[in-house]
Design a protein around this ligand. Structure first.
Ligand SMILES: [Zn+2]
Length: 310
């Protein structure tokens, strides 16, 4: 019965998605729940195991896990700042529980594999996927090769340093990293930082959506934050393009997918920061399930990580 089905897991800072598909990629059951391990990170493997049982473990030959990073692939751990910075041995734990192979990658590597196999990337050997959600990250394919790095963190672009003056603290402990300004979890604290710095009244918004609404209504600090993020995001995306020279950049993550006021201005600001030729760039058509789709593809064909697409 083995390897009739595969399981895909997307571990995000806000949600966990788990799906079971057949070997043709047909999804038979999918569930999405809030990531309760945010409050208690060590429970993550057992939480994921329960969800896997819920979609059905029978006849499953492999599990693909796309997770927020950073990772430590040598022992199958994830060490995300959004989950307390302590190693969580997700791969060995799931292998122990289910006794089948588990393949762990960064969530954005899963996503860029989905983009290449199922999305807009089919005709390209050089592509980048960038997510804007709780954090910011990228998955990169160069010359058909999936970039991974020594620990599985070859493109933790959310920690690109985009300012050397503004001392904005990132959850990883560093300063002025891209995701310390403009990610889903940082944009409100960044607004507080700016209102303090510019001696403007506090924003009064608690979510990115409320901030964008205030900006549309003419609130000064909300508009400043939105404009700063458009510039910072353009600088970040341009830096990624300057580093990897892709033909295609697709953008996803709930913050970008659900907020045109956040997404649209960033591409308009790109050109001024570019050295390399402008690639095609747009929102992914694979939506919020892109990481899950990639994790299923990896479970179906784990060799793809090493082999790439050549
Ligand atoms: Zn950081």
């Amino acid at each position: 019965m083995a390897d009739v089905f595969v399981i895909g897991v997307d571990i995000g800072a806000t949600n966990i998605r788990v799906a079971r598909s057949d070997m043709h990629g047909k999804v038979l059951k999918m569930i999405k729940v809030k990531n309760k391990a945010i409050e208690n990170p060590p429970i993550l493997p057992l939480l994921v195991a329960d969800l896997i049982r819920e979609v059905g473990e029978e006849g499953v030959g492999a599990i693909g896990v796309g997770s927020i990073g950073p990772l430590r692939v040598s022992d199958g751990s994830i060490i995300p700042p959004n989950l307390g910075n302590r190693p969580i041995k997700i791969k060995p734990e799931l292998e122990r529980i289910f006794d089948i192979p588990v393949f762990l990658t960064n969530d954005c590597i899963s996503a860029v594999i989905a983009e290449k196999l199922l999305g807009e990337g089919k005709n390209y050997d050089n592509l980048v996927y960038i997510t804007f959600s709780t954090g910011i990250g990228a998955g990169v394919i160069v010359d058909g090769k999936i970039l991974s790095g020594k620990d599985g963190n070859a493109h933790e672009v959310g920690h690109l340093v985009l300012d050397v003056d503004d001392r904005v603290r990132c959850k990883c402990g560093g300063y002025s990293h891209w995701e310390a300004f403009c990610s889903g979890s940082s944009i409100i604290p960044y607004a507080s930082f700016l209102s303090d710095k510019l001696h403007l009244p506090e924003l009064g918004a608690k979510t990115p959506e409320a901030l964008f609404k205030l900006a549309r209504e003419g609130n000064q600090i909300a508009q400043i934050v939105t404009e700063r993020c458009a510039l910072i995001n353009a600088a970040g995306i341009a830096s990624v393009i300057n580093a990897y020279d892709p033909s295609l950049v697709t953008i996803g993550g709930s913050l970008a997918l659900l907020n045109p006021d956040f997404y649209e201005p960033m591409l308009g600001n790109l050109q001024q920061f570019l050295t390399n030729r402008m690639p095609k760039a747009y929102l992914t058509h694979l939506g919020e399930d892109i990481v899950l789709k990639g994790a299923l593809e990896i479970a179906k064909d784990p060799g793809i990580i090493q082999r790439g697409f050549n």
